[in-house]
Each structure stands twice: as C-alpha cells, then as structure tokens.
Unconditional design. Sequence first.
Length: 102
Amino acid sequence: MIRTTLVLPALPDVVDAVIGVYNEHDILQYSLDNSEAVASELSVATDGSGAILVTAVWPSTEAYQCWLDNPERERTGTILRELLKDAVGVGQTWKIDQSVSK
C-alpha cells in the first residue's frame, strides 16, 4: 500500500474556489469510482495560509499511475492550474509501513 500527497499552494482568497472545483467535479469520489484508490481526503491548512493537502491510499504505485493517466484528471487539473497560477506541484508517494485505526 502507498499513500500519495499533493500540496496545492492556494492563496487564501482562492481556497473556496479550489474546493468548489473538487465539489463541482466530485474529484475525490470520481477517483474512488474510476481507479483502484482505497481512500482519499482533501484538507485545508488551519493556519490561514491557504495550503490544501490532497492525500489518497492506493494498493500500489501502478494503481496510482493509472489514476495519473486518467483523462479526467488532466481536465480538472487544467481548471485547478488556472486557479493556482500553474503552481500545482507533483505528488509524492509514500510506502505505508504501519497503520492503525479506530
């Protein structure tokens, strides 16, 4: 299993618009329904900086690559890059070694 993280460096005044794109295009649910993703989350920094963190859990790096290759991801990515002034970074992958939950 791997976790992916993507930091969207939004300015505070565009956070609502970025979240609106995720809501309007149902991006997290779409990724779950059309990939092998196990779970995903969108989080907003509580310090007012505007930073947005998108995380997901995948069974493998190959499963994540299939999502990266999905045409819908590119379409919504174009919309997000416009809002973020092309500041959408590259996601990181992390091997999950241990996990607990309640």
